[in-house]
Each structure stands twice: as structure tokens, then as C-alpha cells.
Write a protein that binds this ligand. Structure first.
Ligand SMILES: [Mg+2]
Length: 414
């Protein structure tokens, strides 16, 4: 089997409401580049990439000259072909490699008649549990509904997610408002959801001292972990000395060099593996093996996905023995998907690992066309800007918080 063509289509799929985060906002939609890698036997492997609200079509067009004629089974060689560790200093293609790895694994699974998880060592579980992913949200600019700003709105939203999807683990994406306000919100969530476990993620925007203050204040809560309370291994190491809660990261351990540094002088207890940040599903499986050796915890990270990337996360979650916690997904914030059958369904807070060959998902061509047209109409958006706070630049550590009393809607075109 040889690669014959690579096609990329940018889509934008609406969210139920704009999701606020420490560095900006998802402006009521995700922009994703859907990649089709066609082999000379007619099979098509699927990949998906984010890009901070921007299209990544151009980079995949450029990959055609590298990969036409390449055997998709030679994934390790592809790594050196397009993401050589020293050449990448000039053109970091880690996420491009990840997308093409998904597509090559999809091709191989289809050619061999097995799901991707069977190529990766075989499934250990048929369902992957997920956490509810609670965000502070602006109201939807079409309907005016969906705002999550006050503590009561947050609690009501988390209860809805639990009722509707069956989650028993809850994550609060924070770093938007002053930490004292977010502490009040997190405590309210914990008391509204007795027996469930929680995790908190301010996206590394606090000072080390603020992280220590917050961490100590939540020690009595049933925490899975405190995620990226400050930036950098050295700050996290200081927090870990002072706070009796496991720390997790998806920001400062995202490659094997950093994983080695963390094993030699531990700063973080739980490594959140992202199939895109690490360059594919296979590097995540390798990293999980290193974590198993050093007895570090592992969970599956979400960088905002449609169904193709979600499939990569499900196959990863299926095969790693040391999956210690529920996975994260933004998926339930989407209103639709571009895969056949529409959005994958949650059952009891979990999603079934696809059974079909390859990634086990196929494209709904009509949806691909519809959401490509929506992208053509709306264009990209700056993921690291807040539409309601023009000129705002969050610094690290941050002290430029949003005001929880400010109920102005965000001016987002739709
Ligand atoms: Mg995080």
C-alpha cells in the first residue's frame, strides 16, 4: 500500500455556547482541519487537526510532496521524514505528524480488518470513562442561552451534564476570574456533587504562591488532581512540596525529554497524554509505558476534538493499562459532528471504543460540506483572545481577571 493523495478540508462546527478559558475563548465554534489520506488501493485514512481557530489546509498540501508513494505502515520512518527532531526546530510539525499518524493507522486498520487499538497492543477496555468538562461560558450569540458566569449557573450546568451524560467525574476549566471567586465556585461544585470526584485546571496562569494557597484550600475536596496550577516544572515542584494533592499537567510534560526530566526529579504526579501534542497515538502509548515504569498516573487529555480525534483518544484509552482517571473531552460541548451517524453517544459517562476497522469512524460527506461552508462564511477566530475584552493580554502569572459581575454578551458573529 502506498499513499496516493492527501486532501484537507477545514470545517467549523458550532458549540452550545462560547467556552471561556485562561488565555481567551472558543468563540462558539471549533475550527478543525479534516485530513484524508488516500492510498493506491482506494482506501481513505482519516486525520484531524486543530490550530488555535485557524485552518491548517496549507501545511497538508505541502506534505503531499513528502509522502506521495510512502508506505503508510512505515509510521516511524514518516516521523523522521516530516518531523525530524533537529529539522523541526525550523518547522514544528508535531501536530501535523499526529494527524497523519491517525490517518496511516486508520488505513492499516482498514487494510488488515482490525480496529486501531488491536494494532496498538489490543484493547483492555471497551468503554472509556470521561469527565464532565465544565467551562465558564458566554451566552450563545444566536439564542442568548447557555451563560455560565455565576456560581449558581455553574452548579446548575454541572448537574445538567451529570444528569444528561452520566458523568461522575467533573473538571472545572478555570483561570478566568480571580482565584478566590473560582475557589468559591469549585467548593460549590464539590458540595453539589457528593460522592463524585473533581479536578481543577487554571491553565498554568497562577503564581507558584497562589497555586500553593489554592491547593491547600482544596485539600479536603475529593480531588483527582490539581492540573497545571502554575507554569513550569520548577514551580510545580514547589507546589508539590507544599500541597497534599496529586498534580497533573498537559503543558510542561508534552515530550519525552520533559517526561525524562519529570522522572528524574518529579514535579508532577499525573501526565495527561494528548494524541496531538505528543505527535500521535503511538507516542502516547510509549509515554504511558514510561509512566507505568515510574509509577506516574496517566489520563487522556482533550485539546478540542471532533469525532476523528475523539476516536484517536478512545483507541488510546482502550490500550493503556495505567489509565488511572477518567479522560477529558470537549466533545459534549459540540452541537454536531462530521462523522457518519452524528455525535458519538455517552452512556453512563463513558463512550464505547469503536469496533469497526481502523479508527472506526467514516465521514458524513454532507456534513463535511455543510461545515466547510460555515467555515468559508465565518472564517477562523483567535483562540487566544477574548471577544468581550479587546486589547486584553493575559500574562503569566496573571492578575488581569475577568469580572464575574460583568454580564455583557460577547460580540461574536454567527
Ligand atoms: Mg489542562
Amino acid at each position: 500500500m502506498k499513499i496516493r493523495d492527501i486532501r484537507a478540508t477545514t470545517v467549523t462546527v458550532p458549540l452550545h455556547a462560547p467556552l471561556r478559558h485562561a488565555n481567551g475563548c472558543h468563540w462558539g465554534r471549533f475550527v478543525r482541519t479534516i485530513v484524508e489520506v488516500e492510498a493506491d488501493n482506494g482506501l481513505i485514512g482519516l486525520g484531524e487537526m486543530g490550530g488555535g481557530g485557524e485552518s491548517a489546509e496549507a501545511v497538508f498540501r505541502a506534505m503531499k510532496s513528502y509522502l506521495t508513494g510512502h508506505n503508510p505502515a512505515r509510521i516511524e520512518e514518516m516521523r523522521f521524514l516530516i518531523a525530524n527532531p533537529t529539522a523541526s526546530l525550523y518547522n514544528n510539525r508535531t501536530q501535523v505528524l499526529a494527524t497523519l499518524e491517525f490517518a496511516c493507522l486508520d488505513l492499516l486498520g482498514q487494510a488488515w480488518g482490525v480496529p486501531v487499538c488491536e494494532i496498538l497492543g489490543g484493547r483492555l477496555r471497551d468503554r472509556v470513562p470521561f469527565a464532565s468538562y465544565c467551562f465558564f461560558r458566554y451566552p450563545d450569540s444566536r439564542t442568548g442561552a447557555g451563560e455560565v458566569r455565576t456560581v449558581d449557573q455553574l452548579v446548575e450546568h454541572a448537574r445538567y451534564l451529570k444528569r444528561h451524560y452520566g458523568f461522575t467525574t467533573h473538571k472545572l476549566k478555570a483561570g478566568v476570574f480571580h482565584p478566590d471567586y473560582e475557589l468559591e465556585a469549585y467548593r460549590a461544585l464539590a458540595s453539589a456533587l457528593p460522592g463524585d470526584s473533581l479536578r481543577f485546571d487554571p491553565n498554568a496562569v497562577w503564581s507558584t504562591e497562589q497555586a500553593i494557597r489554592f491547593g491547600q484550600a482544596i485539600e479536603g475536596i475529593r480531588n483527582d488532581y490539581l492540573e497545571d496550577p502554575c507554569f513550569g516544572l520548577n514551580g510545580l515542584r514547589r507546589v508539590r512540596e507544599m500541597v497534599r494533592i496529586p498534580l497533573a499537567t498537559n503543558t510542561v510534560v508534552v515530550n519525552f525529554e520533559q517526561l525524562a526530566a519529570n522522572a528524574l526529579n518529579t514535579a508532577v504526579d499525573v501526565i495527561l497524554l494528548d494524541t496531538t501534542f505528543w505527535g500521535g497515538i503511538r507516542p502516547c502509548v510509549k509515554a504511558a509505558g514510561v509512566c507505568e515504569t515510574f509509577q506516574l498516573g496517566v489520563a487522556v487529555h482533550s485539546s478540542g476534538e471532533l469525532g476523528i480525534q475523539l476516536a484517536s483518544m478512545l483507541h488510546l484509552g482502550a490500550v493503556i493499562p495505567n489509565l488511572s482517571f477518567a479522560a477529558d473531552a470537549h466533545y459534549h460541548h459540540l452541537t454536531d459532528d462530521v462523522i457518519s451517524g452524528g455525535l458519538m453517544r455517552y452512556d453512563g459517562g463513558a463512550i464505547k471504543v469503536p469496533d469497526g476497522p481502523g479508527l472506526g469512524v467514516t465521514l458524513d460527506r454532507e456534513k463535511l460540506r455543510e461545515y466547510n461552508e460555515l467555515y468559508q462564511r465565518l472564517g477562523g477566530y483567535p483562540y487566544d483572545q477574548d471577544p468581550a475584552r479587546p486589547g486584553w493580554t493575559p500574562i503569566v502569572p496573571n492578575d488581569r481577571w475577568a469580572d464575574p459581575l460583568d454580564d455583557r454578551p460577547a460580540p461574536i458573529p454567527h
